[in-house]
Design a protein around this ligand. Structure first.
Ligand code: FES
Length: 115
């Protein structure tokens, strides 16, 4: 079970929801299921409207990620990820601070999502 806390000036207060471990929902799907006003247009990793800043709250080492090529490209064009962060994600399993909610699968870790 993972706690996902959404925080945004677009919300009256932060909202923490529970995502079932082993579920393979995207962060965007979790947001939509809980009426979180997270922007999205293409829902396919192409427009960049669902950019979010993600941090792990547990104090543990973040779970490694495999960024899609689309996510790398869109975040790079938006200036939200560096070549070094892409390399770190690929070689050291270090997730970058910015993600696309429609591409990010929620894992079994507590996270803070700012948008
Ligand atoms: Fe377009 Fe996520 S909704 S990139």
């Amino acid at each position: 079970m993972a706690n996902v806390t959404f925080s945004s000036p677009r919300m009256k207060k932060d909202l923490t929801v529970y995502a079932v471990a082993g579920d393979t929902k995207t962060l965007l799907a979790v947001a939509k299921a809980n009426n979180v006003p997270l922007q999205s247009e293409c829902e396919n990793g192409e427009c960049g409207s669902c950019q979010v800043q993600v941090s792990v709250l547990s104090g543990k080492t973040p779970i490694g990620v495999a960024l899609t090529e689309k996510e790398k490209l869109v975040l790079k064009l938006a200036g939200k990820i560096t070549a070094q962060q892409i390399a770190d994600a690929e070689t050291k399993d270090l997730p970058p601070p910015w993600r696309l909610a429609c591409q990010m699968v929620v894992r079994d870790e507590d996270i803070l999502v700012k948008f």
